[in-house]
Write a protein that binds this ligand. Structure first.
Ligand SMILES: Cc1cn([C@H]2C[C@H](O)[C@@H](COP(=O)(O)OP(=O)(O)OP(=O)(O)O)O2)c(=O)[nH]c1=O
Length: 192
């Protein structure tokens, strides 16, 4: 029986990344209250949130494979998710300026008879940022739907001095690792 991938995510980035590698999917958006996960451990956090999102989406057919994910920035025992407002975003970027932080993504893949949880970590070092640079960046609105208040794939790329690990993990999905796991679930790129 051929398998069908369901992406349990509203993130345009995750949709673009799967499309980039020609994996066909349908979107089924999870509706969850992220504040119910209350932990300071970034690995626990991304795992629990990815699981919650994946379970919030109904499996409608026996051949469906559901993929859900969560991404956070971790810095000095703190977790930075999407900013609540302008001030929150300013404080995150001010904290990350000139330092190394980690970006964690948790990915849950589940089908009727199996389940896998992936956690991937990427280290990102920022150049020192001036207040003017941060304020201008906030005015572009790019930070507001992104964990840690920046987008490495956009203007946020100008902040990045060094990255160690998978770039795509920072954007929200560690692509090559996910593609390999999806094959185990019977999901392949078009024509493959
Ligand atoms: C650090 C960083 C995060 N992000 C994004 C990836 C995620 O979409 C977002 C973190 O929020 P998430 O809660 O992981 O995802 P989401 O709310 O966008 O989508 P859904 O829960 O429906 O799957 O931050 C970037 O796009 N670029 C970056 O450089």
């Amino acid at each position: 029986m051929s398998k069908k991938l369901i992406l349990a995510s509203s993130s345009p980035r995750r949709q673009e990344l799967l499309s980039q590698v020609k994996i066909p999917f349908q979107i089924r958006k999870p509706n969850i209250d992220e504040s119910q996960i209350d932990t300071n451990n970034p690995i626990d956090k991304v795992q629990q949130l990815a699981a919650l999102k994946g379970q919030a989406v109904e499996m409608k057919e026996a051949n469906e494979v559901i993929l859900s994910a969560d991404t956070v920035v971790a810095f000095q025992n703190r977790i930075f998710e999407k900013p609540k407002n302008h001030q929150d975003a300013y404080e995150m970027l001010k904290a990350l300026s000139g330092c190394v932080h980690e970006v964690y993504s948790g990915i849950m893949i589940r089908s009727l008879d199996r389940e896998e949880m992936i956690v991937e970590c990427t280290n990102v070092e920022f150049w020192p940022l001036t207040d003017e640079e941060i304020q201008w960046y906030l005015s572009t609105k790019e930070p507001f739907d992104k964990a840690g208040s920046y987008g490495i794939q956009g203007i946020g790329s100008t902040f990045v001095k060094k990255i160690t690990g998978d770039y795509y993990n920072v954007v929200g999905l560690p692509l090559s690792r996910v593609v390999r796991s999806l094959r185990e679930f019977g999901i392949y790129s078009e024509g493959n």
